[in-house]
Ligand binder design. Structure first.
Ligand SMILES: [Cu+2]
Length: 167
């Protein structure tokens, strides 16, 4: 029996070690591919809110803008901030805050964001914060459903179906 040369031992070890390392790398790549599919990467999770009573206020024919009311509930432990709203029936749409001035008159101003507190609600109403649909593209019929898309942080969105109702 001859003793293996050091070179032979090194090659034998390499032959064992290299395929094992390759298998591990391949396994890791497979796991990674499974965890981040293209669909998940392209579509962030929706805004974690639930919606009740979503209403678009009915307006007379020819009116170019209207208000949107709803109650947004945030079941999570972090505040959720809304920064955009859009709708196919509106040229543009805005987040609004109602404020009372020094003389006690109320007026509304566009707001860059509205926040739904953690484990709380934000009520959008005629007397408080609300949404406005501007430059309506067509008359809205009482009873019809209007699609709204709310947008917030991390590119998250939430589709809301609001019903046109008389105030
Ligand atoms: Cu308004």
């Amino acid at each position: 029996m001859s003793t293996p040369t050091p070179l032979f031992v090194a090659l034998a070890l390499a032959a064992v070690v290299i395929p094992a390392a390759g298998e591990q790398a391949g396994h890791h790549l497979t796991e990674h591919a499974r965890q981040s599919t293209p669909a998940q990467a392209a579509r962030p999770a929706p805004l974690p809110l639930t919606v009740q009573g979503a209403t678009v206020v009915a307006v007379p024919p020819g009116a170019t803008e209207t208000s949107v009311f709803m109650t947004l509930r945030n079941p999570g432990n972090a505040p959720v901030t809304l920064t955009t709203v859009r709708s196919p029936v509106a040229g543009h749409a805005m987040l609004m805050k109602t404020r009372r001035d020094a003389q006690g008159r109320t007026g509304m101003t566009a707001a860059p964001s509205l926040t739904v507190p953690a484990r709380g609600t934000l009520t959008l109403s005629a007397t408080g914060d609300h949404l406005m649909l501007m430059d309506l593209t067509r008359p809205l019929r009482v009873g019809e459903t209007i699609r709204l898309t709310l947008g917030g942080g991390q590119g998250r969105t939430l589709n809301v179906d609001a019903v046109v109702r008389k105030p």
